[in-house]
Write a protein that binds this ligand. Structure first.
Ligand code: MG
Length: 378
């Protein structure tokens, strides 16, 4: 049975604060939505992922480096957004579909597995938790009555359905609905309740970010790597430093473009991954890297980090030279690295120091760079 995923991420919810919709805000160093997609990717045997986003969020999606997904544009209501996701899956004709809120990034394989197994015997299945607190009605700040909690459940997602049945149900549905279970039931489908999980919380308010990060904390894998590089000065009229061409009365000698800063950052990422260094991935003996733009190396290190499940959350690079002056170019260097690495510039530091005219950098014989990178497994 092929099971596709729809992740609904079109909401504009700003109750969580932070200036952008909550699904695009950072949780443990990467957007909430990236965690949510990764949670499903971690489960074997699931089919294509359709992401329903707001049309204005295309840039945020690109920056989130989420990988291969089917993108659909959401409508004015949640129902319209889910329908857009379902329609986008028509060419893939899955047997079943799991519909999930982007704001539940801590969903795990156990919950997903229970929903999938229940779908073998039911039109639909969804996780929920029994209500255990006493329930009140209230008005004007006073308790006005109590509510029997027996038979009441707190609904979660992913809510799973036979694809053809939920597609027909959504196409026929008119008006609003609390969730897809309501749409399914209105169409006469039966929906089984499976056990949810407390950690499968929905991020709604600002404090939920701290709660989610605390829940993730027990499994956090944070790595710091360092990189160091030197290139000798030679003839030329410019140097490449951290992706920026800086006019100078010398060049730098190297097999590639000799971007000493970008090489140090790249090696710091390889170091955090314990995956060798630039020379190992791009041997100087291989003529295809002669004169290569160092961006190729940095992109490779960033892709490797993502493939291994890590988000790069910060890098700091110090260039060591008397000249050229780095300060006037530091902003452009941060922006260049940010573009290649898919990070906000405020997570990238480029600074410089001299060596007080001492040593090879002090004599202007070469430029050195040292860098650190911090990676977090997501
Ligand atoms: Mg180098």
């Amino acid at each position: 049975m092929q099971t596709a995923i729809i992740i609904v991420a079109a909401g504009r919810g700003t109750r969580a604060g932070g200036g952008r919709p909550k699904q695009w805000q950072a949780l443990a160093g990467r957007p909430v939505l990236a965690h949510t997609v990764a949670a499903f990717r971690a489960v074997a045997d699931l089919g294509p992922v359709a992401l329903v986003i707001h049309p204005e969020d295309a840039d945020l999606l690109q920056a989130a480096a989420i990988g291969d997904v089917i993108v659909a544009h959401g409508g004015a209501t949640r129902n319209e957004s889910v329908l857009a996701g379902l329609e986008a899956l028509v060419p893939h004709a899955p047997d079943a579909v799991l519909i999930h809120d982007a704001a539940r990034p801590l969903v795990d394989a156990a919950v997903i597995g229970r929903v999938c197994r229940a779908l073998q015997d039911h039109d639909g299945a969804a996780p929920a938790l029994e209500v255990t607190d006493a329930l009140w009605r209230g008005a004007g700040g006073l308790v006005s009555g109590t509510q029997d909690r027996r038979g009441l459940w707190r609904a979660q997602t992913p809510q799973g359905f036979r694809y053809d049945a939920i597609l027909a149900a959504h196409r026929a549905h008119r008006g609003d609905a609390a969730d897809d279970v309501e749409v399914a039931r209105a169409a006469g489908l039966s929906v089984a309740i499976v056990e949810g999980a407390e950690r499968n919380l929905k991020i709604t308010r600002a404090e939920d970010f701290a709660r989610a990060e605390a829940l993730m904390g027990g499994q956090m894998d944070i790595r710091t790597g360092n990189g160091f590089d030197v290139h000798a000065c030679g003839p030329g009229d410019h140097v490449w430093l951290c992706g920026v061409k800086v006019p100078h009365d010398h060049g730098l000698v190297g097999h590639s473009d000799a971007d000493v800063g970008m090489h140090a950052v790249t090696d710091a990422i390889y170091g955090a991954l314990a995956c060798g260094d630039i020379g190992q991935h791009f041997p100087p003996s291989d003529p295809q890297w002669k004169g290569a733009a160092s961006e190729i190396f940095l992109r490779h290190a960033c892709d490797l980090a993502r493939d291994k499940g890590f988000a790069i959350t910060h890098t700091d690079c110090t260039l060591i030279c008397e000249r050229p002056r780095i300060g006037p170019h530091a902003g452009a260097m941060r922006a260049a690295l940010a573009g290649i690495m898919g990070l906000d510039p405020d997570r990238i530091s480029v600074k410089a120091t001299t060596s007080e005219r001492l040593g090879f950098t002090g004599r202007g014989e070469g430029i050195a760079a040292i860098a650190t990178a911090t990676l977090v497994r997501s």
